[in-house]
Design a protein around this ligand. Structure first.
Ligand code: EPU
Length: 420
């Protein structure tokens, strides 16, 4: 069992330069999209995180051959060996559900384990299934598995009842090989969805309206190989921006797309941080002595990302005043708060709201993380908590952050991994 150990200090100021990795949530659908072609797809700027290796394990079981060197991946599925995504794999990583649409579109059938609930909420996948049914799939649930079959998917108009990133991605991928035109309405606008559409277009998909809520896809007979660069991880970048603001530091982030971080940057500026864009792909954050309280409500892109909520709460524990943080995307995404209370934070939860009273000195303690972003928030809190903070269950962190300790250490913090 591995742990992270941080020796924190309320006077710590992080300083230096850090390179942001490729986005986990962009690479996972990109890898799933490789199921739509028998030709080779090359992906660059792939983050070497646990979720990437989990989806590659699944792809291998389905019949993929791949080669990963540094941050470049080439992957090819000439022949499908299995159409099943097992419970073990789907449980380990919910994004495995992204193979459902492409498997069905190219091979006419798929068996994907139902993921069940998870640490951040109930997370149903009804919108994925209803959409695929509308495209003509017959879907049944048996022994905990979704069994989907379709001789040929046929284009239809589908309006998502609510925004769903994964649902949008699954339906776009399925529609690429469907017969005729599919019109998807109320699509998610996240940069990761746009990145997937760009890859699919390079593979030969006919997609109109990329980046809009209504997307029209004209199905084609087959897709081909392509080469595609994964966009920078806006949540990793946001996490480092919070680290800069929290420690009144001075950090330059390189390989970022500042326009993907618009809402986060705006909130950090209101909180007092100075943020400048350098040459389009870098950002400098200079934290201010005084942090101003900010109310934040998470919402789909371009709103404030739910994946930044836990980190922002840590920043607000150091603000001079009270902030209300409202989580509207997931129904149980406050698990980090009980751990932050153990470090001395003053936070009250009432339904979907967290009232954070600042400024509270934090002191190091042993903690446990239950999901990826909760873990990141505990690392941030540990940096400014006086003394030793231990974070148990590091596997959550490893799912989505590439070399986090190494990067934070390079900025001047004391952080290490304990392997026992
Ligand atoms: N929802 C439904 N029915 C569905 C699909 C979603 O009710 O069929 C609900 C969910 O339960 C949730 C909301 O709709 O309450 C939004 O879910 P969405 O489908 O948008 O999320 P996702 O595709 O499962 C992705 C990211 C998450 C990120 C969310 C929201 C990936 C692999 N995961 O999840 O990332 O929080 O979008 O932006 O892209 C993370 O990186 O830590 C993470 C959890």
């Amino acid at each position: 069992m591995e742990k992270i150990r941080i020796i924190g200090n309320s006077n710590l100021q992080l300083k230096g330069k850090v390179k942001i990795s490729g986005a986990k949530n962009a690479v996972l659908p990109a890898i799933a999209a490789c199921l739509l072609t028998g030709e080779k797809v090359r992906l660059k700027n792939v983050p070497l995180v646990k979720d990437v290796f989990s989806i590659l394990t699944l792809m291998k079981e389905l019949g993929a051959e791949y080669n990963i060197k540094k941050n470049s991946l080439s992957i090819e599925i000439k022949k499908i060996e299995s159409d099943e995504a097992s419970y073990q794999l789907v449980r380990a990583m919910r994004a495995s559900i992204l193979v459902l649409g492409p498997l069905l579109a190219r091979f006419g059938k798929a068996m994907v384990a139902l993921p069940g609930g998870c640490a951040i909420g109930s997370r149903p996948i009804d919108l994925h299934m209803h959409g695929l049914e509308k495209l003509g799939a017959s879907i049944s649930l048996k022994h905990g598995y979704i069994k989907a079959e379709a001789k040929k998917l046929c284009g239809k108009e589908i309006e998502f009842e609510r925004k769903t990133v994964g649902g949008t991605e699954n339906l776009i991928m399925a529609a690429c090989l469907a017969h005729g035109e599919t019109v998807l309405k109320n699509c998610s606008l996240e940069p990761e969805v746009i990145s997937l559409c760009r890859l699919l277009a390079k593979m030969g998909a006919k997609i109109d309206g990329i980046g809009h809520e209504t997307i029209r896809i004209n199905g084609v007979k087959e897709l081909g190989g392509a080469s595609h660069e994964i966009i920078p991880d806006r949540i990793e970048a946001g996490t480092f921006l919070v680290a800069g603001a929290l420690t009144r530091g001075n950090i330059v982030l390189t390989s970022v797309q500042p326009n993907h971080l618009h809402t986060v940057i705006e909130k950090l500026r209101y909180a007092g941080a100075k943020i400048e864009t350098i040459k389009n792909h870098s950002l400098r954050i200079t934290g201010s002595e005084e942090i101003m309280p900010q109310d934040v409500t998470t919402s789909p892109y371009p709103g404030f990302p739910t994946d930044m909520q836990a980190q922002f709460i840590v920043l607000m524990t150091q603000a001079n005043g009270t902030s209300i943080i409202t989580e509207t995307i997931f129904d149980r995404r406050f698990s980090h708060i009980n751990e932050l209370l153990r470090l001395g934070a003053n936070i009250e939860i009432s339904g979907d709201k967290a009232k954070v009273r600042g400024k509270t000195p934090l002191s190091g303690a042993e903690t446990i993380a239950t999901d990826l972003r909760a873990s990141a928030s505990l690392v941030l809190a540990g940096l400014i908590a006086n003394g030793e903070t231990i974070i148990n269950e590091t596997e959550h962190l490893d799912r989505g952050y590439e070399k986090l300790e190494e990067k934070i250490k390079s900025l001047g913090a004391y952080i290490e991994r304990i392997r026992k």
